[in-house]
Write a protein that binds this ligand. Structure first.
Ligand SMILES: [Zn+2]
Length: 303
């Protein structure tokens, strides 16, 4: 399935954007903020933000009500369960819970994919995240209600079994296990794979989605179809992809250019036919695997 939104862009030809990542302000996501910025893809940073949003709203409280609107969990009642913590792992959300009278912890797993979102509201506040039929989960706590829209892979598993879900993921730039050398090793293990596809392979590096894939390749001057084995200094590419995620956590607007102004946040992603910010060549778009990739044919020549 190819499903990418294009953002509107007010860029004027000849404007040379700066090729650096700006230092970011400290964590600034407020409760109630949308879990998905207009036009933004749920990549690792968005999922990380969402995990913190849920943690702030729910952690340390006991659920006073819960509805899980998927067939497999229709009869599961989490009322009275303690919310221990909310964490992310790549693009996976893990909400860890304790059942009354049960020492074993459980994890409510969810994945946002392209269209999912969690939002939090004050008790009594109107829910504005979408129509009711898109709601998959409602978790009520004393100080907030968390509502999950279009959630995927919603499942309740023993916390000890989380590895069955996330164990195959590669190092996460937003996790404790971030390891550029390990990512590089995993990338080079399949040297024939096109680098544009390899960067989206969550078993090599967890959290990178289409936006950061496209932007990292532009910033390194690499055609998305370059075989991984022919990428000069692949560790620099892995490190850059990780830095893009780290730089964007804590806010909902995703930027690789340093600008947060609408239409100025990316070099190539969402800019089909627009002039490259470095050389003016029209940005191209093509299918690669199940996604579409954006690139500048002049700045990212085929090798
Ligand atoms: Zn260019």
């Amino acid at each position: 399935m190819v499903d990418e939104t294009e953002s509107c862009d007010s860029h004027t030809p000849g404007n040379r954007a700066r090729l650096f990542l700006r230092e970011l302000p400290a964590w600034s996501v407020a409760a109630g903020a949308p879990a998905r910025h207009d036009g933004a893809m749920p990549e690792g940073d968005t999922v990380w933000n969402t995990a913190r949003l849920l943690h702030r709203a729910l952690a340390g409280t006991r659920l006073s009500g819960a509805e899980l609107r998927v067939p497999a969990l229709a009869t599961t009642d989490l009322t009275g369960w303690q919310v221990i913590e909310s964490v992310s792992r790549g693009k996976h959300l893990l909400l860890r819970l304790g059942a009354p009278g049960d020492d074993e912890r459980h994890t409510l797993h969810s994945h946002l994919r392209m269209d999912g979102a969690w939002r939090t509201y004050a008790p009594g506040q109107r829910w504005t995240g979408g129509p009711g039929h898109e709601i998959r989960a409602v978790l009520r706590a004393p100080r907030a209600v968390a509502v999950g829209y279009h959630l995927h892979e919603l499942a309740l598993v023993p916390t000890g079994d989380e590895e069955r879900i996330v164990g195959r993921l590669g190092p996460d730039p937003l996790g404790d296990d971030w390891d550029v050398d390990e990512v590089t090793r995993r990338l080079l293990a399949e040297p024939e794979t096109a680098v544009g596809e390899a960067l989206l392979d969550q078993t090599k590096l967890a959290g990178v989605g289409n936006l950061y894939r496209c932007e990292a390749l532009f910033l390194r001057g690499l055609s998305p179809w370059t075989p991984v084995g022919e990428v000069p200094e692949p560790a620099l590419l892995a490190a850059l992809a990780g830095r893009l995620l780290v730089a964007n956590r804590g806010r909902w607007t995703q930027s690789s250019t340093g600008s947060l102004r609408r239409g100025e946040t990316t070099y190539v992603h969402g800019r089909r036919g627009r002039p490259c910010r470095r050389c003016g060549t029209p940005i191209r778009v093509a299918e690669q695997g199940e996604r579409i990739t954006y690139w500048c044919p002049a700045c990212q020549p085929a090798r």
